[in-house]
Design a protein around this ligand. Structure first.
Ligand SMILES: Cc1cc2nc3c(=O)[nH]c(=O)nc-3n(C[C@H](O)[C@H](O)[C@H](O)COP(=O)(O)O)c2cc1C
Length: 197
């Protein structure tokens, strides 16, 4: 089902982009240029951020480094679970090869009297959302993935994160392949309610 057409013909172009974004699970070369990537990061840095802690961090993985990331993911998963099935191990090995560029988005958690860790994770998630929407504006395909590697203590250690930091996602970026999927039909009214009495 597609979203009912927006009858507002004077919709702001930025709103039109936000309302039509879809993920692109199938991505091919080329990845974003350095100039485009710089613009995506600028958008990310404008995420709301309690106390301006700037918790967001991005590890860029492209080219042959994607193979190394796949090895890290697979080895870490086996470290976390020695009974990991071979099929799953293989899947993890190949997973970063699904796009020209993978950004590992993570939250560097600081101790702060007013900003608990969850808010720092949320700010990083907001940064990722800004980045994905900016990618959409530039015609760059993106999909946000997590899966077991995002929650792997062994992978965090390999990547140099501390136990309190969080991997927020693996952001796959590249050129969209094939047609965009339809925008799902959602009625905002289904998600809104008055204050309970
Ligand atoms: C925190 C987070 C983690 C996600 N992890 C995965 C994932 O591991 N695999 C996946 O296929 N989609 C994952 N998704 C969902 C996709 O990024 C995407 O939003 C979903 O396929 C719906 O498509 P749409 O964004 O076009 O509506 C995740 C989304 C979020 C916000």
């Amino acid at each position: 089902m597609t979203q009912s057409p927006n009858t507002n013909t004077s919709i702001h172009p930025a709103l039109a982009l936000l309302q039509q974004r879809v993920s692109h699970p199938r991505l091919t070369e080329p990845g974003p240029s350095q100039a485009q990537l710089a613009d995506l990061y600028r958008a990310a840095m404008r995420a709301p951020d309690h106390a301006w802690l700037r918790p967001w961090r991005f590890i860029e993985v492209s080219g042959d480094d994607r193979t190394r990331l796949g090895e890290h993911m697979a080895h870490s998963a086996r470290q976390d679970d020695p009974d990991l099935a071979d099929k799953q191990y293989q899947k993890l090995l190949n997973s970063p090869l699904r796009a020209p560029l993978v950004l590992i988005a993570w939250a560097k958690i600081s101790e702060h009297p007013k900003v608990p860790a969850i808010e720092q994770v949320l700010a990083t998630g907001a940064a990722v959302t800004n980045l994905i929407n900016a990618a959409h504006a530039l015609g760059i395909g993106a999909v946000w993935r997590t899966g077991a590697p995002a929650y792997s203590p062994a992978l965090k250690q390999t990547l140099g994160l501390t136990a309190t930091d969080h991997i927020v996602g693996f952001i796959y970026l590249g050129t969209p392949s094939g047609e965009d999927k339809p925008v799902p039909a959602l009625d905002p009214a289904d998600f809104i309610s008055p204050l309970p009495t």
